[in-house]
Design a protein. Sequence first.
Length: 317
Amino acid sequence: MRKTTFCIWAALSLLASAQPAPLDSSGVYDKLWVQTSADYRAHCLQTYGWATRSLRERASLEGRRDARSRLVETTNVQERPLAVIMDLDDTVIDMSVYRTFLYAMQRDFELETWNSFLSYQAEHAEACRSVPGAIEFIAEAERLGYTVFFISNRTEATRPQAIRVLEKLGINTKDLDQRLMLDVGAEEDARQARALMARLGITESSVEGQALLRAQSRKERRRLQVSLEYRPVAFIGDDLGDFLSFVPEAGASPEKVLQARYQAVAEERERLGRQYFILPNPMYGNWSPGSTLPKEGAAKYLRDDGFLEYYKSQHPR
């Protein structure tokens, strides 16, 4: 992987230090792109098309179903049912309207407004929109015999709203209580993770233990729970954390964290488009200021590769 360098603009750095941290909702292009562009739709359909072809190919190789009509692996002595693991927000359910609200109100993400929107969405059909290609993909995966799990960082308290929206979208909700795995909170998640580690003989200091306890997305414990009874063969999401268990180094600089994330992608590149399928999301995520990048002064991480100074030297005022 090529080494990435950051060219910090002196003028931009001064500007960034003089201004308050940008809101999550600042800017309109990202939301316009998601809500209006045919390009966004094409990206999503392309990703779900790749995922569908991958599942069909796998199904043709496995080809055996158990008594519950679930497709099972035949290349492993365990013969576990095959599963697909999906994120929910902006992977299955289009949540860009909430970002429009933040933009209109000039506010940051807040749990109070988020939960209010989830309740509104569950009761208003016009706010229930799916990501292009998602519904067709889920239906085809289930037709082929895969069990579809949804792992989301929505809180457990919002489970009824999630189920109502999925129902309104026409998505199969049979056995959904087992297949919809929501966030139980950091403390309870850590408790359940440690119980799993004790059961499986995983030490806290091991790579697996650190992923279970400290991964950026906090989804690893739930993925492991699925894999105890199923064989996940495809992961779909709009963030690397939906399939990679990235554990940031304590006290690492943003530059070092960025490089580590690039390296993680490089190491998993053979699985991208085969087992890992990522959807575009320019609105928010672990990449955004306040997560990987600092909330304040994030503009200094923009590159211009020296063009700003060159242009100024060629066009003096």
